[in-house]
Write a protein of this length. Structure first.
Length: 470
């Protein structure tokens, strides 16, 4: 029993000793942790307040220190504090068992070591920044020198060009009243160039451009001034004599030209109601021109008498042309379709002689006197005259032709014994035209010198279709 009690007592004593040892260790660890946190706080505070007035370099130094800590070249603050804590934990404590003194010393030593490395890093960064600044300054100075040299070169070049222009103008200026030439202004001096590259180059470029523009503008203005002075002093040459202005050519009336040409033609080739067909055939130039004019001349917008005269002359000329074109037959009836088939050009239109007479001419005016003006190239027709019908004389010409026909004994035959009158077949063929305002005898007596009694009987003699050639 005593042995059992002794063993239990020993166990209780050991347990109590173990518990005290554990409490002591906990207290030491707590003090160490507290001291470590306090040291860290003081170190952080010192780090914040530790500055030399150069914010950019401190930041770069801190960054460099962190980099060195990360790659193993310099310890971090926490590493120094950790070493001090480890030493305190291993028993490096004071005689009174207080570990705070030793821990503060360890932290201070670590901080001092860290500060030395940090100062070294800052110094290295400052040296590098200074080297970079020196290089930038050297580059800026070199750029400034080059820009200044370029500006001076351009200024000299523009000045030389301006002087050359002025000299050329001087050489071409007459000796009298020679204008004074203001020399071109010198290129402006280059201002102090900034140290920054972009600003330096930009300002230098603007300076060069302004100098060049001013020099060029001055040269141009000077040249213009000299040019104006030369022009003023140059005598004006005498004006060239102007040619007299020709009066405007009168507008030619082609219808009048046609009437004149036709009149000359009839006078030359017609006599006593007979046509010189053989002579015309031997020299048909005038006839061909007249025929061409008839085909091209448009009289649609002409007055009524002009149209009537034109169509009468056209009919007679085209009959003569057809006779000659068919080798001057004995009779126009020997040519098949002479009046109603053969086509001719009149005012741009194709038509027969019958259509020209009955539709075109009588379409202008229904005048029975037309039958004594248009001639069908036969002896039995009213005789063809040696003149052309014209608008101004048309009415008198038609009346004269009608009177000649009804008073001609060979054309209007009166037999007083039989109390009978023999008229041309024309009155029979175109009876409706003549009786438009009375009987046939009424029309005849209107133009006849010796009137025919109305009780006389009217008859028609045979038509002589023999060609009316000379």
């Amino acid at each position: 029993m005593k042995n059992l009690i002794f063993c239990l007592t020993i166990c209780c004593f050991l347990l109590a000793a173990c518990g005290q040892s554990a409490s002591t260790n906990d207290t030491q660890q707590t003090n160490t942790s507290t001291n470590t946190d306090a040291s860290n706080n003081r170190l952080a505070t010192n780090k914040t307040s530790n500055t030399d007035g150069t914010a950019n370099i401190d930041e770069q130094a801190n960054a460099t220190t962190d980099e060195l800590a990360n790659d193993g070249t310099a310890p971090h603050e926490s590493d120094g504090i950790a070493e001090a804590t480890a030493a305190a934990t291993e028993g490096e404590v004071g005689d009174d068992g207080d570990t705070s003194v030793d821990t503060d010393a360890a932290v201070a030593a670590a901080k001092e070591k860290l500060t030395e490395k940090k100062d070294a890093a800052k110094k290295g960064l400052k040296d590098k920044a200074k080297d970079a600044a020196n290089k930038t300054k050297d580059a800026a100075n070199n750029a400034a020198e080059k820009t200044k040299a370029a500006a001076e070169k351009i200024g000299e070049k523009t000045k030389t060009t301006s002087n050359n222009i002025v000299n050329q103008v001087k050489e071409n200026t007459p000796p009298t009243n020679k204008p004074s030439i203001t020399p071109s202004p010198a290129a402006p001096s280059t201002p102090n160039l900034p140290t920054t590259n972009n600003t330096l180059i930009g300002n230098a470029t603007n300076t060069i451009n302004n100098a060049a523009n001013q020099t060029t503008e001055t040269a141009i203005n000077t040249g213009n001034t000299v040019k104006e002075t030369v022009i003023k002093n140059t005598p004006t040459p005498p004006a060239k004599p102007t040619a007299p202005i020709s009066p405007p050519k009168p507008v030619v009336d082609e219808t009048k030209v046609f009437f004149a040409s036709a009149d000359a033609f009839f006078k030359q080739h017609v006599a006593n109601g007979k046509v010189a067909y053989s002579s015309i055939k031997g020299n048909s130039g005038t006839l061909d021109k007249l025929v061409k004019t008839i085909g091209a001349l448009n009289v649609d917008r002409k007055d009524s008498k002009t149209k009537q005269a034109f169509y009468i002359n056209a009919y007679n000329i085209l009959v003569i042309k057809s006779i000659i074109a068919n080798n001057i037959p004995s009779s126009p009836l020997d040519v098949k379709g002479f009046f109603n088939t053969l086509k001719h050009q009149v005012s741009g239109k194709s038509m027969t002689l019958d259509y020209l007479e009955k539709t075109v001419l009588f379409g202008v005016k229904k005048d029975p006197r037309f039958h004594f003006a248009v001639v069908c190239a036969a002896v039995g027709c009213p005789r063809i005259e040696n003149f052309a019908y014209t608008p101004a004389k048309l009415d008198g010409q038609l009346t004269k032709q009608t009177k000649h026909a009804v008073n001609n004994a060979d054309f209007t035959k009166v037999n007083n014994k039989k109390k009978k009158v023999y008229l041309s077949k024309i009155f029979e063929w175109y009876k409706a035209d003549f009786e438009a305002s009375g009987s046939l005898l009424d029309f005849v007596n209107k133009y006849r010198d010796s009137k025919i009694p109305n009780k006389y009987k009217v008859d028609f003699y045979d038509y002589n279709w023999k060609v009316n050639k000379q």
